[in-house]
Design a protein around this ligand. Structure first.
Ligand code: PEP
Length: 263
């Protein structure tokens, strides 16, 4: 996460998370977790998180123990407990060993109809309960074609972060994920990613001031591969990657981690 050196601007540590989505058997998940932990080791220049499906969280958590890899969930419910059949609370995720929860992923916004008010509620509850949050946002292809992306980012940032305190915001990583790039093989250019991240950071400055905005990691997601990582990471406001498809193979995920660490 970000930290401050003297009174100058913060150095943001790169952050790479693997979103395994609804993939892997238990055996595959354990093997993948173990291989990522072995490759990352105990002293990584990059913060590395893996986000397996809910039922595999504890088992994958066991495979990464003793390494610097941390565990994340792909989703979380907006209430702390109660009659919410099929849902999983922040406290349950913490007990299963999670540090992070992904909130607002485009597949949940667009396939499962998750509204911005729900995302804001989830962010509040997750932070109140002690999780860190990977907050996803990004424009659709039709919004990009109409040059509406900045309007979309502004709406999504303001809606998701409404009412958060400065202290709570310190536990947020923003993931810019253009919907047209997720799982499509069409990656944003480094310049498109930089423009988006810079704009989002300018909105964070408006909400939380320069110091917090400069310390917040803003990572890119959408068809990240070992080949395109270095170009994306060379941009000043691109602080890491949220990786879907390429996180399902330890070799490609570790190559992305390595490329993120050398920039
Ligand atoms: C994602 O699901 O967050 C993602 C970025 O997927 P992919 O890397 O497969 O595009």
């Amino acid at each position: 996460m970000g930290f401050f050196r003297d009174h100058s601007m913060p150095i943001r540590k790169k952050f790479v998370a693997g979103n395994w989505k609804m993939n892997t058997t238990l055996a595959e998940a354990k093997a993948l977790g173990a291989a990522v932990a072995k490759g990352v080791g105990t002293d990584s220049k990059v913060t590395v998180a893996v986000c397996p499906p809910y039922p595999w969280l504890s088992a994958v958590g066991d495979t990464i123990k003793g390494s610097s890899v941390v565990l994340g969930a792909q989703n979380v419910h907006f209430e702390k407990k109660g009659a919410f059949t099929g849902e999983v609370s922040p406290a349950m995720l913490l007990e299963a060993g999670c540090t992070y929860a992904i909130i607002g992923h485009s597949e949940r916004r667009h396939i499962l109809g998750e509204r911005e008010s729900v995302i804001n509620h989830k962010v509040h509850t997750a932070l109140e309960e002690g999780l860190h949050v990977i907050l996803c946002m990004g424009e659709t292809l039709s919004e990009r074609e109409r040059n509406l992306q900045e309007r979309v980012f502004q709406r999504q940032v303001f809606a998701a972060c409404a009412g958060l305190t400065d202290e709570q915001f310190h536990r947020i990583v923003i993931a810019y994920e253009p919907v047209w790039a997720i799982g499509t093989g069409k990656v944003a250019t480094p310049e498109q990613a930089q423009d988006a991240h810079k704009f989002v950071r300018s909105k964070l400055k408006q909400l939380y001031g320069d110091k917090i905005a400069e310390a917040t990691p803003i990572i890119y997601g959408g068809s990240v591969t070992p080949e395109n990582t270095a170009g994306l990471m060379s941009q000043p406001d691109v602080d890491g990657a949220l990786v879907g498809g390429a996180s399902l193979k330890a070799d490609s995920f570790l190559a992305i981690v390595k490329a993120a660490g050398v920039v």
